[in-house]
Design a protein around this ligand. Structure first.
Ligand SMILES: Nc1ncnc2c1ncn2[C@@H]1O[C@H](COP(=O)(O)OP(=O)(O)OP(=O)(O)O)[C@@H](O)[C@H]1O
Ligand code: SF4
Ligand SMILES: [Mg+2]
Length: 348
């Protein structure tokens, strides 16, 4: 089998994120709550990669880690590369909202004091104005929307405004965190078609969603997220049958889809505070054995990767692009400052 190894637009190796917290109200002892551990995922040119996972699995935190928008008490380690160069704090500050566009899940990212038309245009010029009007029309936002303030927009409208804002610039990568809730089916399909068209010009989309069926319809590759890590990354074709999938959790997701029998998976995803040692899926896995409590290596199987001791495959060793390439930083700013930084109006 030949797997395409095209140019990487985004590459994330061994990303871990934890929150530093006081153990309880009275103690001065700080503990680190790990919410993402050793996550690896990549987006190549021309690709839509969907990150699929249930609520609370860390999907939004992944987007925030890439964009350096994590709250002040987050500690982050690992490597993030954009177009082959490390994405450090200075670089992401320069690229955010320009080369890397973000469609946030939360609708509070708009500047409450600026009319939405102006926020989406992000600058002057007839070219921008024309493009903004076209995008608004495309997403069913009438001319009267231009002059509205965010508080005058419904949730569904705000989501469409955020989406048009990402499509407005000329980014290489769009990171879209649950872009479709609140849209009707036709608009949701429209937005997916626009992402497809965007990717087909050699760009990349990281589509974060809990909706596996949507992901299977539009994405080229699927990264399956479970309890803060990607347990499997697979080309969309591998989802045609259960046998071509690798990880027991992915197989359980497959069986839970209506067309595959609607068989629910027992149990729930572990919360960070009671994460088991070794494989996070262990407590729900019928193949669990002692070796699952240890380190679970990342393996390549076919054109995908998996983290499960029972899968036969070649172990993946991560190559560092530049020196040891590691970064490790604590974030020193308040959440309000973060929100302010990516307001659409700042983009000129
Ligand atoms: N500031 C924080 N401090 C401590 N824990 C946090 C913080 N922010 C998020 N978390 C925890 O991190 C985990 C992942 O959250 P995240 O918002 O990334 O999930 P998600 O996959 O995007 O979920 P959803 O599908 O509901 O959007 C959750 O368990 C959440 O409670
Ligand atoms: S590592 Fe073990 S517990 Fe985890 S999915 Fe594989 S077999 Fe199941
Ligand atoms: Mg989320």
């Amino acid at each position: 089998m030949s797997c395409d190894h095209k140019h990487h637009i985004l590459q994330i190796n061994n990303l871990s994120v934890s929150f530093r917290q006081y153990e309880n109200g009275r103690s001065h002892r700080q503990i680190d709550l790990p919410v993402i551990s050793r996550l690896s995922v990549s987006v190549h040119e021309g690709e839509i990669v969907a990150v699929v996972g249930s609520s609370g699995s860390g999907k939004s935190l992944l987007a925030h880690a890439i964009l350096d928008l994590l709250p002040y008490n987050a500690v982050c380690s690992g490597e993030i590369y954009f177009n082959g160069e490390p994405l450090d704090k200075d670089r992401i500050a320069r690229l955010r909202g320009k080369n890397i566009a973000f469609v946030p899940q939360s609708t509070t990212y708009l500047d409450p004091l600026m009319k939405v038309g102006r926020q989406v245009r992000g600058g002057r010029g007839e070219g921008r104005a024309k493009k903004q009007r076209e995008l608004f029309r495309r997403y069913g936002l009438g001319p009267e929307t231009d002059g509205k303030y965010p508080f005058e927009c419904s949730g569904g409208m705000t989501r469409r405004v955020l989406l048009t804002s990402a499509l407005m610039g000329d980014p290489d990568l769009i990171i879209a965190d649950e872009p479709t809730p609140g849209m009707d089916l036709e608009l949701a399909k429209q937005s997916m078609a626009d992402f497809r068209e965007f990717a087909d010009t050699g760009k990349g989309v990281l589509l974060i969603t809990h909706d596996i069926e949507l992901a299977l319809e539009v994405a080229d590759r699927i990264a399956v997220f479970y309890a803060g890590t990607t347990v499997e990354e697979a080309p969309v074709e591998d989802f045609r049958s259960e046998e071509t999938l690798r990880h027991p959790y992915t197989r359980a997701l497959w069986r839970a889809m209506p067309q595959n029998g609607f068989i629910p998976l027992e149990g729930t995803q572990p919360y960070v505070k009671d994460m088991p040692a070794g494989c996070p899926f262990g407590p729900r896995c019928q193949w669990y054995s002692r070796e699952c409590a240890g380190e679970i290596p990342l393996k390549r199987v076919g054109c995908g990767t998996v983290r499960c001791v029972k899968c036969q495959g070649e172990e993946v060793h991560i190559h560092h692009h530049h020196g040891d390439g590691n970064y490790h930083h604590t974030h020193g700013r308040s959440p309000e400052e973060h929100v302010h930084e990516i307001r659409m109006g700042d983009r000129t």
